[in-house]
Design a protein around this ligand. Structure first.
Ligand code: PLP
Length: 386
């Protein structure tokens, strides 16, 4: 058979390296328990950290606004797709994270591409942590700015690079919670370094927003960083908020710059107004239901403490992402399969999502879980991993 794009060879290579990926089809809503192929599983791999993806208030907001505003937004924000639901969500997001403005994007991936490319180009430099999310790395590469990756959370390595840079504008970009490791970027120290070298700091708070900080406003709240110290704050609405979409928050000038120059903002259809309304309902829960966040925090502490007692080696994370390092991809897959047989849905994360030889089980906890369910997970892990 003719194969001018050499697809078969590339697919076969993936398979032989134990890196082939397959999708699982869910037959239920997100939650602590999900149905796959007619069987119930305890779900420890979702990013629905607060259990809001299937919350009745969020569903009610969605259906009610779908009844009023229909489904499609009809156009991009700049043409005629920007509804009052989008606008209200932007205002409430900005208020929550303590910034002048927020601009909604259709996805976090697009927000990252849009922001980095609106802010830097040729003549400029972008400095990214080695473990940054793929969307940030793609954004940096696409920008045409001098692209540098510094060692993970290594301030000295970053400083050496900043010191050498003679580029015009300098942008430092990090995940505030690293998506496959669960650890935090030292945003306070990064902000100080940025200031010292006249660089701007951007944080992708996909896994912190809604979860971290006294109020749940995320990493900026956790580190108590204002708009001067952390001028570009990106967050997503599809994880902790259990909805869909993303935003970038900062100064008036930043928001207007994005509206004028961010191509993934300009050239795409706005998310459905009902989705914006659902996010508003989620935001309202995040702001008022402190118990939900506290329950998650207590499950994280309990899981870490019990895992340590069992002799399981977790990675250093205080967040809902609690990965168990395995190393070998084939072994990680085998463990994930064994857990599946016992009724646990936990994905093995393999290269190229993570560096070579660092395949891991990415366990995520959620406020939707009960302590009993976490106990069941610990028992299964002890059987399968140790
Ligand atoms: C999930 C994720 C994104 C992408 O957000 P989407 O809204 O899912 O496109 C960006 N950055 C990080 C760190 C993420 O984990």
């Amino acid at each position: 058979m003719s194969d001018p794009l050499q697809l078969t060879a590339a697919l076969n290579e993936r398979k032989s390296n134990h890196l082939y990926r397959q999708r699982r089809t869910l037959e239920s809503a997100q939650g602590a328990e999900v149905i796959v192929d007619g069987k119930a599983y305890l779900n420890f791999c979702s990013n629905d950290y607060l259990g809001l993806a299937n919350h009745p208030d969020v569903i009610a907001a969605f259906t009610s606004v779908a009844n009023d505003f229909g489904v499609g937004s009809g156009a991009s924000h700049l043409v005629c797709g920007h509804s009052r639901w989008h606008h209200q969500l932007e205002e409430e997001l900005a208020d929550f994270v303590g910034r002048d403005r927020a601009v909604l994007f259709s996805t976090g991936y697009m927000a990252n591409l849009g922001v980095v490319n609106a802010l830097v180009g040729k003549q400029d430099a972008v400095f990214e942590d080695k473990l940054n999310h793929a969307s940030l790395l793609d954004a940096g590469l696409l920008s045409g700015a001098r692209f540098q990756r510094f060692l993970h959370n290594d301030l000295a390595n970053l400083e050496a690079r900043l010191k050498k840079s003679t580029d015009n504008k300098k942008l430092i970009v990090v995940d505030s919670v690293f998506s496959m490791d669960g650890d935090l970027a030292p945003l306070d120290n990064l902000a100080a370094l940025a200031k010292q070298y006249n660089a701007a700091l951007m944080a992708d708070d996909a896994h912190g927003f809604g979860v971290l900080g006294e109020t749940g406003a995320g990493s900026a709240d956790y580190f108590n960083l204002d708009q001067q110290q952390l001028p570009v704050l990106m967050g997503t609405l599809g994880k902790g908020l259990g909805s869909f979409g993303a935003f970038v928050a900062g100064s008036e000038e930043l928001a207007e710059t994005l509206i004028q120059f961010a191509r993934p903002y300009i050239y795409t259809t706005a998310i459905p107004p009902a989705v914006a309304a659902a996010s508003l309902a989620s935001l309202n829960i995040v702001r008022n239901d402190v118990d939900r966040r506290q329950h998650l925090q207590s499950l994280i502490a309990y899981f870490k403490q019990q895992a340590e007692q069992l002799g399981l080696t977790l990675m250093p994370s205080i967040t809902a992402i609690q990965p168990l390092m395995i190393g070998d991809s084939e072994q990680a897959m085998a463990i994930s399969e064994a857990l599946l047989e016992r009724g646990f849905l936990i994905s093995a994360i393999r290269p190229p999502t993570v560096p070579a030889n660092s395949a891991r089980l990415r366990i995520t906890l959620s406020a939707a879980h009960s302590k009993t369910q976490v106990d069941r997970l610990l028992t299964a892990l002890a059987e399968v991993v140790l």
